[in-house]
Design a protein around this ligand. Structure first.
Ligand code: SF4
Ligand code: SF4
Length: 432
């Protein structure tokens, strides 16, 4: 599978300029939507709390910009679901709210800061990080998922190259919060510059036999992984880094591990050291349908149309828009969608890059089952979903699927297997 990373692998991170309108979704994480704490007409400043977590599994939301709350309105997100959004009209001012910086914080202070700052898993899952940092099972290992195995995406790669020290300081803060000294970073071998940047830092060693023999307490071990999709799947990276197998249906903590993403570690550093709340993130804008592919730091709530404009607009042969990567991302009908804390990419693909072929009936070739990292039978999940039999789709493991998209990629009939899985998950949840 071509990784198409070359389009932005060497493109330095650029700041997205302030735009006029921001639509900040109240539901951009796993768990309950946040509750607004501002009213229409209120003036807000960048970084200020505008909606607070409404349950243990929920997350605070902060203003991306200085301006005025124009309305609270329903708008569709990238998945096509209408969610409440706080619409903020910017006023061009530069004030910024920050929490008090913490020096040498205790584990409890780190967890509390992560909660206050609204940090969630920025690799796509959006699980509130403060909850993850208080595991029910005992853990002894932290694994940072730096595989970034989705084709086209480079935001984690650029972050490790350009903000190496801050990222590693964030990794150490997470390790302190969960009280572990066994720390790994799993990175694919298509990121040589980031790999070298990490190993140039004190206390960071490669996973070679010689280096491991003289490993000191707290050293971070960087594991070079073969480029292979879906290397960045949680269970795959745990197996690759420490050889432990998470049971089907289990969480990483079941084998003593916590897995966090590169962007999340950086956000933890920024929140603890600078008091910055999570209201910006890095994003790769790429694909041959984008005139000037870039890696940009963008405020949460920025309309995708503005981001595409910054990147020179779409080429005439762009046929498909995707929020996220091409394997796990969501096809977009238009660019009238705002960025969230979990958006790592925005792609515009030409017909040479995207499949626009319509699905045909399954030919029972078995390819989907042979590539599934969860050892599922994707053809049956797709079949039972198509005939409306949710029970059997669940029986064939739809709820254990982590939507990597490998089955759909290899399917000669172009079956929309991931969409089937997502539909079954929604229906099973409704039934519950
Ligand atoms: S998306 Fe397909 S290949 Fe990936 S875990 Fe789910 S069923 Fe398996
Ligand atoms: S790869 Fe596609 S055609 Fe082949 S068995 Fe799976 S769903 Fe059917």
């Amino acid at each position: 599978m071509p990784d198409n990373k070359d389009l932005t692998a060497t493109v330095a991170i650029e700041q997205m300029p302030i735009v006029t309108d921001y639509y900040v979704p109240l539901s951009q994480h796993i768990g309950k939507p946040a509750q607004p704490v501002v009213n229409v007409g209120d003036r807000v400043i960048e970084g200020q709390l505008i909606a607070e977590a409404s349950a243990f599994v929920s997350a605070n939301i902060h203003s991306p910009v200085c301006g005025e709350v124009a309305e609270i309105v329903k708008r569709k997100n990238a998945q096509g679901v209408a969610v409440d959004c706080i619409h903020i009209k910017s006023n061009g001012e530069q004030d910024k709210f920050t929490l008090p910086p913490l020096t040498d914080p205790t584990p409890e202070q780190i967890v509390e800061r992560v909660r206050e700052a609204g940090i969630v898993g920025m690799g796509g899952a959006g699980f509130p990080t403060a909850v993850k940092l208080q595991p029910q099972d005992p853990v002894d290992t932290l694994i940072i998922n730096a595989a970034e195995c989705e084709p086209y995406l480079n935001c984690d790669n650029r972050l490790m190259i350009e903000r190496t020290e801050q990222f590693l300081a964030g990794v150490r803060l997470i390790a302190k919060a969960i009280n572990v000294s066994n720390i790994y970073i799993g990175i694919e071998d298509n990121k040589p510059e980031a790999y070298a940047a990490l190993l140039a830092q004190d206390g960071v060693i490669p996973d070679t036999k010689e280096a491991l023999q003289s490993r000191k307490e707290g050293d971070i071990v960087v594991v070079l992984l073969k480029k292979k999709y879906p290397q960045g799947a949680e269970k795959t990276i745990i197996k690759a880094c420490v050889g432990r197998e998470v049971p089907i249906g289990g969480l990483p903590a079941a084998v003593g591990c916590i897995v966090d993403n590169v962007g999340t570690a950086y956000a933890v550093w920024d929140a603890v050291v600078n008091g910055t709340t999570l209201h910006k993130r890095l994003m790769t804008v790429s694909g041959r349908g984008i005139r000037n592919p870039k890696n940009i730091e963008v405020a949460i709530g920025t309309p995708l149309s503005q981001i595409v404009e910054l990147c020179g607009g779409l080429t005439d042969d762009a046929v498909k828009l995707v929020s996220g990567g091409p394997m796990m991302g969501y096809s977009l009908i238009n660019l009238d969608v705002a960025t969230t804390k979990t958006d790592s990419g925005l792609l515009a693909l030409t017909d040479k890059e995207a499949s626009t072929v319509l699905p045909t009936p399954c030919i029972n070739c078995g390819r989907c089952a042979s590539v599934c990292p969860m050892r599922l039978m994707p053809m049956y999940i797709d079949f039972y979903t198509t005939v409306g039999d949710t029970e059997n789709a669940v029986k064939y493991g739809a709820l254990n699927c982590f939507e990597c998209g490998t089955c759909a990629y290899v399917c000669p009939a172009k079956r929309p297997i991931v969409q089937s899985v997502r539909l079954t998950k929604i229906k099973a949840k409704e039934k519950k």
